[in-house]
Structures are given as C-alpha cells and as structure tokens.
Design a protein around this ligand. Structure first.
Ligand code: GAL
Length: 828
C-alpha cells in the first residue's frame, strides 16, 4: 500500500516538472487571439510604469485599473535606472520590479513585461545607460558585439530575476507576454542590412531565454518568428499583422500625449479614445493596451527628451496623482465590461461585415450560442440613422455602437454618461507661509573667474561623453590672451557660440553675458552676445545645461549634446569681421555644480552646511541659488502638490528626494488652443490641446511617501535662472466639482472621490445645454424640480445614483418624443 502511494506521488511530481509547476498557465496564440490554457481571450491592458509612481501607490493604481475593467498591466523595464553603473544594480524602492509584478499578481491581474531594453517612453536616453554609449567602439541597436553583449546581459538578468520568483505564467506567475526591442521597425531601414541581422539576433537571443510565454515585438512588420508583431498608435483598426498567424494586437493605444517644456497641455477626449478601442475590437482586435493608463511623474532626472516635462500625466485614465480622470476612466470601464461579456463570440465567432453606406459598417460575430454586433460610423461629420436587422439605430459621427446581443444598443462611444470630475487645488486651509533660507551656489566665482575644473582637454567635448550624465551641468572654460595688437581688437567684439546645449549661460571675465534657451525644437543654434574683453588674459566660462537626453530616432544615442563649437571671439571693424576660433584651445571642464556635489538637498548634509544658509536678504531673482524651507505636510490622504509659480528653472527636493526638474517660467505659446474640442475626426497630439500661454508646468507632485506626517519636512530648491520663492505653496488636489450629462434611460453615478457631495449647483432634465460650469436649462424640463430631486439623492453622501428618466424627473409634454438628457453639476 505504501509503495503504491509513493508511485502516485512520483507520477504527480513528474507531471508537475514537465509542465513547470502545479498552477502553471499555458500562454500561446493563434491567428485570432492570445490563448490562455487553450482558451482564446479578449485582453484589456494598461501601462503603468513602476518608477513613475512610488511603491506605496502601486496597490491603489493597480486596483483602480482592475476596477476600471482591465485584466493586464503592461510595463517597460528601465535599464539605466536599474544599472546606473556597469554591473551595479538597483532594484530598491520604486525600482522594485519584482514587488511591482507581485502586486499585479496579488490583484489577480496578468502582466506584460516589455524588457526592451530600449524603451523610448520619453525616458532619459530611451532607457539606455550613458556609460554604455561611452564604451569603446559602441553603436546601439545594431550588430555591434559590445552592445549585444550588454543588451543580452541585462535582458538575461531581468528574465532570471523573474524566473527565480516564478513570475512567468509558465511558472504560475502573472507575466503572459514579454517584449524585446521597441518599435525597431520604425527605424530599421536606417541601419541597412545590419538592421535585419540585429532584429534576427534579438529574436534568437530572446527565444533562447526560454521564458515559456510568447515574445512580442511592437511596430515590427514581418517580425522574425516566433515573435508576435504588434501595433502602436492612436488608432490600430486599419492594422493587419503582416504574419497571418499573428493575432491583431495593440500594445500602445495613446490615451493622450506627453508634454514638452514650452508645450501645451494635451487632451484626448473619452469619446475618441473609446471609439478607437471599439473600432479595434469591431475589426478583429483581441489584445489592447492603453499607453498610458497611469502616466505618473518623471521624478529626479529620468525625463527624456530633450525637454520632456516632470509631469508624465499623459491625460491617462488615472491622472498623475492616481485620481480617476473622469469621464475617461468610467466611459472606458463601461466599454470593457461589455467587451468582456462578448469574449466568446469575438474570439471564436464567425465574422461578417455589412456595409450600411456612407462609412457605416455593421460587424456581426456569431457562434451557435451567441451573437454580438458593432455598428461603426467613421464619418467625421455626419450622424447616421441606419436600419440593421430590421431595426433603426442612430449612430453619431465618429462613433461605434455596441450591441452585445445584436439587438439592443448597450453603449455608444460618443454618448458619455459618466461624470466629469473637475480636479482643483484645495486652498481651504490657507497653507502656512514658508520661511526661506538661502545660499549662493558656492565657489562659483572660482569657476567663473578662474576657470578651474576637474579635467582638461584640448578642444571641445560632447557633454554626455564627459559627464556620463551624472549631472545636467557642465562648465566649459578657457582662457585667451589678447594683446593690443591682436587683429580682432575693436570697439565691437562679441562671443559667438555654436551650441547644442539645451540651455546655455555665458560668462566673460566673471560677468554674466547672457543665456540661450532652446525653443521650438531648435536644438542646434548660434548664440552671439557683445562682450567686454581686456588686454591680457580673458576668462570664458560657459555653462551647458541638459534637460533630458534624447530618447527616439535612428542613432539617437550619438546626437550631439553640450557645446560642440565652434566657439569664437569676433571683432567687427567697419565692414570687416575678424574671428578668433577658440574651439581647439585648451579647455577646462567641471562636471556638475558644487551644491549638487555637496548634496545641499540631502538631509544628512543639512547640519554640516547649516551655518552657510542665510535668512537675510532673501534674493528674489538671483541665478544659481539654493533655497530651503521647512513645512508641515498637509493633513489627510489627498495627493500633495507644490505650486512653484514665481520660480524660474531648476530642481526641487522634498526631504532629500528629488521630485524632478521644474520650469514654471517657461510658458507655452499663445497659439493653437481652441475653446471647443470636437472629438470627431482623427486625433493628433496637438488637437484639443489647452493651457496656451500658461506655464507648461506649475504644479509638481509631492508623493505622500516622501513626507513625514508628523514633524518637519524640508523643501530644497536649486534655482538656476532666478525666481521668487515667496509664492511657493503646498496644496492638496481634490475633486472640486462634478458634472454629468446623461442620456435618457441611462444611470448617472456621481461621486466626489471620498468627499461628500455638498450642494447641487444645476440640474435639468429635458434639453439643457452648455459645458460643465456653464450649464443652462433649455426650452423644456421635466415637471419635477430637478435640483431638489438630485439634492435629495446626493447631498451629504459620498456617491449617489439616479436614472435619467421621466419617472424620476417628471414628464413634460413640451419635450415631445425626442430623447431627453439630464445635466447635473454638484459641488464637493
Ligand atoms: C512610442 C514608444 C513609447 C512612447 C510613445 C509616445 O513610439 O514606443 O515608448 O515613447 O511612443 O509616448
């Protein structure tokens, strides 16, 4: 008897071994869909980048994603964050990738791991470490032994970490797909034959890592097998995988867009985003991922670019702080629920399409048990009244109706019933006035006047080659002797610098000459300013500032950074121009600024340098200055922001942790914003943008986990350009007002996000008009007092639900038969 038991056990163990583990999941694909344990699936996914939030935010973000109807979380892996120096790794805190994936697993969701390790992502240098570029004979993303070795090393490291924790689905973990490279198809032609050889190598290398789940390659037509190619873009309904056995998958549906310093605030409507999703599923798609679902914050110096802002909000369904971005989040949630309910017909059904004319098509997915339908109207202006299977349907322009049973319209992408939340900064409790101390960026005079640096070279160097990107700042300093007989000598002399520095500050003989700030993407420019030179030795000090390294494009890694020259002194004598080229001179270089090197922002060094911080004569517009103040953290749990209006440009730390670069003095251009945003027609990153002529970024996220609830907190600023810190304020962000515009027979749900609804500002059931904040009643209204009805249901409550119906709000003969709407505005 005992013997028999043993045999059964060993048989079981053999079975477990041959399939990975007892609860392993088999992920595969066919031409129609990703299959999980043999079942074709509809997968709804969203990108959340772990280092763009703090680890204490992860559970909430992931649970809001799940609640929003997602089943998968996608993330990139950020090489330069994890391997800041060669073979020295960091997976601590917000970089704890294993913990992030386990949090996803804990929530019962799947995960897509986009290892890259090139990621783009508006992340500094596209995720590549700068030390990699500075290795001998290095060339990125092509057949280059050094590059391939490092890429393989990092990819293997990540794969092994995941394997050790059994995080691949094949091991019972949540990771169902992994990605190698990123959109290489967009640039492959620039790499000639080597490009093809490289992508083949990528595929082989990835495959050899034996992860037990499929690999994907995005934007990679004809991806080497068995890689699955996928689509990225604002729309992927027209996309057809070039490999007929690849299912139609969408790894990046851009929910909004990123922001550049000097740029406007991007906005993609819920209607258009939902339209793109519904169209994708109408046209045979089965995996769709929102890029981003939560964009978050570029803390520290991780923003890429050049010129990507600290906020990476992206107008994503969850805003930078993790609040629901309504109506986007809720409008999509409704769609997700329906798509999930249609999983079987969508993935197994026969597909037939019916052209209803004028760019309207119906698609029927039918199995023996169930049929589901879509009616899509891709006409950008004309609404359609169509007859489908004997019934009339009204399909607004640029919208898709979803009919889970092919009969009743359960959803239309253009009919938003979800509330709009207006997020505001809370100034209820007047925040304390900060008491600042300050100090100059010290010993700068030595640098500016004497030009002493840490390394000397003949000629001009590329900034990242010298700094390894350890700092945004690099001083270029040289001396030039001019005697009376020098041919350039004249009354009118200038300094001319040909530069790629994102910001340039120039000093001659210790005096500030001026600066150049790149605008409108003109990263290659000539700076020229009149200067006073002396007979004898003249000192030139040029401070080159980088604002995020390039992250996209063929050979982007070798794009010039810093001051590449020529640097000249120019003398103008009448019509004659005489130039003195200093480019080949001996130059002194100083990496970084002293205050950074001495960690003036760090809590540990605070005591040490205490004496040198002064409360006297707080300067309001002084370049290269450090400011520090203590403050109490705002009470409660609402997200905290710091308003940096009044400041110039620099970096800001809270209790020693950098919350990113700031630049509120950089306004976006006055042009290109419109009052009205029409969701109809193709979206592009400029469409519907707002906040023209305003600071690109005025508010900066202060994660709660950076704050001490009790006791003192410290804010430290490094002000590069000059600004006035007296207006700096800490605030919280809360839902201030909520509006809804529901269509008749739909449910309206109102919620102030954990705060009670305090008053009803407007309510009308009939034909009201206007936008949130300026609603107006129309020519007809239901017989009951709508404000009273809503107040009874909602005031004093955290949330409330009502039907937009005559039953609730009363009927009125004047309203006729046309469909009515309920407009509501409540205060939180
Ligand atoms: C894609 C890229 C992403 C991100 C996106 C724009 O091309 O794959 O990483 O950069 O564009 O936000």
């Amino acid at each position: 008897m005992k013997m028999k038991q043993f045999n059964l056990l060993s048989l079981f163990l053999i079975l477990i071994n041959s399939f990975g583990s007892a609860n392993s999941t088999i992920v595969s694909h066919d031409e129609r869909a990703i299959t999980i344990d043999g079942q074709r699936r509809i997968l709804l996914s969203g990108s959340i980048h772990y280092p763009r939030s703090t680890s204490d935010m992860w559970p909430d973000l992931i649970s809001k994603a799940k609640d929003g109807g997602l089943d998968t979380i996608e993330t990139y892996v950020f090489w330069n964050a994890h391997e800041p120096s060669r073979r020295q790794y960091d997976f601590s805190g917000n970089l704890d990738l294993v913990r992030f994936i386990k949090t996803i697993q804990g929530a019962g969701l799947y995960s897509v791991l986009r290892i890259g390790p090139y990621v783009c992502a508006e992340w500094n240098y596209g995720g590549f470490p700068v030390w990699l570029h500075n290795m001998p004979d290095m060339k990125f993303r092509t057949i280059n032994p050094g590059f391939m070795n490092e890429m393989q090393n990092f990819t293997t490291k990540i794969v092994n970490m995941m394997k050790e924790e059994s995080l691949f689905a094949s091991q019972g973990g949540p990771i169902i797909l992994a990605q190698i490279e990123n959109e290489y198809g967009n640039v492959i032609s620039s790499y000639g034959a080597e490009g093809k050889a490289y992508i083949d190598w990528c595929a082989n290398m990835a495959n050899s890592l034996d992860i037990g789940v499929p690999w994907i390659m995005c934007q990679q037509p004809h991806a080497p097998q068995p890689m699955i190619e996928t689509c990225n873009g604002f729309y992927c309904d027209q996309y057809k995988p070039s490999n007929p056995s690849s299912p139609k998958m969408w790894t990046e549906n851009w929910t909004g867009w990123f922001k550049n310093w000097g740029g406007k605030h991007p906005y993609r409507t819920a209607e258009d985003l939902a339209f793109s999703v519904a169209r994708f599923f109408q046209t045979g798609g089965t995996f769709q991922n929102y890029y981003m679902y939560h964009g978050g914050t570029n803390f520290g110096r991780v923003a890429g670019g050049p010129y990507i802002t600290t906020s990476y909000d992206y107008d994503a369904p969850l805003d930078e702080y993790g609040n629901l971005n309504q109506p986007k989040w809720g409008h999509l949630k409704q769609l997700h629920t329906l798509l999930k309910s249609m999983e079987k017909p969508l993935t197994y059904g026969n597909i037939s399409t019916i052209d209803l004319g004028n760019s309207v098509t119906a698609t029927v997915y039918s199995t023996n048990e169930k049929s589901s339908c879509f009616i899509g109207n891709v006409n950008a202006t004309a609404d359609a009244l169509v007859n489908f299977k004997g019934k009339d349907y009204n399909v607004p322009a640029w919208s898709v109706s979803v009919l889970p049973d092919c009969d009743k319209e359960a959803y239309n992408t253009a009919r938003v019933n979800t509330q709009t939340s207006i997020i505001t900064e809370d100034s209820c409790d007047e925040p304390e006035k900060l008491k600042w101390t300050w100090r100059p960026e010290f010993t700068t005079q030595k640098t500016i006047l004497k030009g002493s640096g840490d390394l000397i070279a003949k000629g001009l160097v590329d900034q990242k080659d010298v700094t390894n990107d350890a700092s945004d700042y690099l001083w270029y300093m040289t001396r030039v002797h001019l005697d009376k007989k020098d041919p350039i000598w004249s009354r009118n002399m200038s300094l001319r610098v040909h530069s790629n520095a994102h910001v340039l500050h120039a000093y001659v003989n210790g005096k500030y000459v001026g600066n150049e700030i790149v605008r409108d993407n003109k990263f290659d420019y000539r700076f020229e300013k009149k200067v006073n030179l002396v007979h004898g030795t003249n000192h030139l000090a040029l401070l080159s500032v980088s604002v995020g390294l390039q992250n996209y494009g063929p050979f982007f890694e070798s794009g010039p950074t810093g001051i590449n020259g020529p640097v000249k002194l120019v003398g103008y004598k009448g019509d004659e121009t005489i130039e003195k080229d200093l480019s080949k001179h001996q130059w002194d270089y100083k990496i970084g600024l002293n205050g950074f090197n001495h960690k003036l922002f760090s809590m540990k060094s605070a005591g040490h340098h205490h004496r040198k911080w002064s409360t006297e004569k707080l300067p309001a517009d002084r370049m290269l200055s450090w400011y520090k103040a203590n403050f109490k953290a705002p009470l409660g749990k609402d997200p905290v922001i710091v308003d940096l209006n009044g400041l110039g440009k620099g970096e800001v730390w809270i209790n020693g942790q950098s919350i990113g670069r700031y630049w509120p003095s950089f306004n976006s251009s006055d042009e290109g914003c419109t009052e009205e945003c029409d969701y109809r027609g193709e979206y592009g990153s400029d469409k519907c943008a707002f906040m023209c002529g305003k600071p690109t970024q005025r508010w900066y996220h202060v994660p709660r986990s950076f704050l001490n609830d009790k006791g003192h907190n410290t804010i430290t600023l490094f002000e590069e350009m000059g600004g006035d810190p007296s207006m700096v304020k800490f605030k919280t962000v809360v839902t201030g007002r909520v509006c809804a515009k529901a269509h008749e027979h739909n449910k309206v749900e109102l919620s102030c996000n954990n705060r009670p609804i305090s008053a009803v500002k407007f309510a009308s059931f009939g034909n009201p008009s206007g936008q949130c904040g300026s609603f107006a009643a129309g020519s007809c209204e239901g017989a009951k007092d709508a404000v009273k009805v809503v107040a009874k249901e909602c005031v004093g409550k955290l949330n409330c639900t009502m039907n937009a119906s005559s039953h609730k709000f009363g009927s009125n003969l004047d309203c006729g038969d046309s469909p009515k709407r309920l407009f509501v505005e409540v205060e939180c």
